[in-house]
Write a protein of this length. Structure first.
Length: 102
């Protein structure tokens, strides 16, 4: 395992020298920092959850437009799907807590 101080110093040097074009240095930093791209699974789940949340919201609005007196209520299943999809989106975008005392 690499020394944390060495890793932090290497990252600092590379960030302070944006003109550094050495591909080997950039590769090492990427290996240290980790993959920064978003895996396709997250992209698809964000799209699907967003569509579910918007569909539930629009369906609720349509139910209220069709019956403005409020006699018919929005189905609980529709509310549950919308709430769950919004909660899942928040869970995806929430930053994980850092346990190193910062």
């Amino acid at each position: 395992m690499m020394d944390r101080k060495l890793i932090e110093e290497t990252i600092k040097v590379v960030r302070e020298n944006p003109d550094a074009q050495d591909a080997e240095i950039q590769k090492k930093v990427e290996d240290i920092v980790g993959y920064t791209g978003i895996p396709f699974v997250y992209k698809y789940s964000i799209v699907i959850l967003g569509i579910l949340a918007l569909t539930a919201a629009f369906a609720g609005v349509i139910v209220l437009i069709i019956d403005p007196t409020g006699a018919s209520k929005i189905p609980e299943a529709l509310v549950a799907i919308g709430s769950a999809s919004v909660g899942a989106l928040v869970g995806i975008f929430a930053q994980t807590p850092n346990n190193d005392g910062k």
